[in-house]
Ligand binder design. Structure first.
Ligand SMILES: N[C@@H](CCC(=O)N[C@@H](CS)C(=O)NCC(=O)O)C(=O)O
Length: 236
C-alpha cells in the first residue's frame, strides 16, 4: 500500500517528515490531524498513535510507526543514492543520526517550555519563568548548532540531508514565539532562508495552511482519518 503520513496542524513537527517524503520522491499520502481539536486525543487517532502525537506513519507494509526519528530512519534508505541519507555502517549514517538526535532533543526540547506556556492557562509569573527557561535552552541549542553547521551550507556539509528537512520544521517555531532571534547566527539564518525557498518546504507550508499545494515529489493526495483506519484494518 502507499504509505500514509499523519501530520499535525498547526505547525507540527511532522513538517520535516513531509519535506523528507517530497525530497525522497516516495509515493505517499497524507492524513491531516487537527491538534487544536479533540481529534488528536480521539479514540480513533489513538488507534494510530496511543500517545496522541503526530507524526505517525502507516508504512507500505501496513505497520504503524511513530516518533520523527523512527519515521525518518525508516524512510532514509530511499535517500542513500541521492545523498539525502547514508548507508548503515558509514560515517555519514552516524553523522546524520547524531544531528537528528541533537535536533530532536536540544532544539525541539528548547521550544517545549514555550509551547507549554503558549497552550496552558498560567499566571504571568509561571509564563515568564517558562519563557526565560526556553530562551536559555534555545540560545545554547542555536549557538551549538551554528558551530556544528560551520561553513555549511547545509547541516552535514555541501548537500541537504534529512536533517535539514527536520531542522526547518522545528526552527520555524522561533518565528511563532518571537525567539530566539535567529539572525544572531548568520549561518543558521542563511540555512533557514535557503530551505524556506525550497519547493518541498513551500509545498508543506501551503498544505498546512490549507492552500493549493504543488508537490514536486510523489504526493498522491490526502485521506481522512476514517479512510486511513479502514486501510489499517484491511492490512491487519
Ligand atoms: N517525540 C515525538 C514528539 C511528537 C510531538 O510532540 N508532536 C506534537 C506536535 S510537534 C504533538 O503531536 N502534540 C500533540 C498536541 O499538541 O496535542 C517526535 O519526535 O515525533
Amino acid at each position: 500500500m502507499t504509505p500514509i503520513l499523519f501530520y499535525g496542524v498547526p505547525a507540527g513537527c511532522s513538517f520535516g517528515s513531509i519535506v523528507a517524503l517530497e525530497w525522497l520522491q516516495i509515493p505517499y499520502r497524507l492524513c491531516r490531524i487537527d491538534m487544536l481539536s479533540e481529534e488528536i486525543r480521539s479514540e480513533a487517532y489513538q488507534r494510530v498513535n496511543p500517545v496522541a502525537e503526530t507524526p505517525s506513519l502507516l508504512t507500505s507494509d501496513g505497520r504503524l510507526l511513530s516518533e520523527s526519528m523512527a519515521i525518518l530512519g525508516h524512510l532514509a534508505p530511499h535517500g542513500v543514492g541521492s545523498g539525502l541519507a547514508f548507508a548503515q555502517g558509514t560515517a555519514g549514517f552516524d553523522r546524520l543520526n547524531q544531528m537528528l538526535a541533537f535536533l530532536n532533543t536540544a532544539l525541539f526540547g528548547g521550544f517545549s517550555p514555550l509551547w507549554y506556556a503558549y497552550e496552558h492557562e498560567l499566571g504571568d509569573e509561571a509564563k515568564a519563568a517558562l519563557r526565560d527557561f526556553g530562551a536559555i535552552q534555545l540560545e545554547k541549542a542555536h549557538a551549538d548548532l551554528a558551530v556544528m553547521l560551520g561553513e555549511g551550507p547545509f547541516l552535514l556539509g555541501d548537500k541537504p540531508t534529512l536533517a535539514d528537512a527536520y531542522f526547518y520544521g522545528i526552527a520555524r517555531w522561533a518565528d511563532y514565539h518571537g525567539l530566539p532571534d535567529r539572525s544572531a547566527w548568520p549561518g543558521l539564518q542563511g540555512l533557514f532562508e535557503r530551505l524556506h525557498d525550497d519547493p518541498a518546504v513551500r509545498f508543506a507550508h501551503a498544505l498546512e495552511d490549507g492552500e493549493t499545494a504543488v508537490s514536486t515529489g510523489a504526493f498522491l493526495g490526502q485521506v481522512s482519518l476514517d479512510e486511513a483506519l479502514g486501510e489499517l484494518r484491511q492490512a491487519a
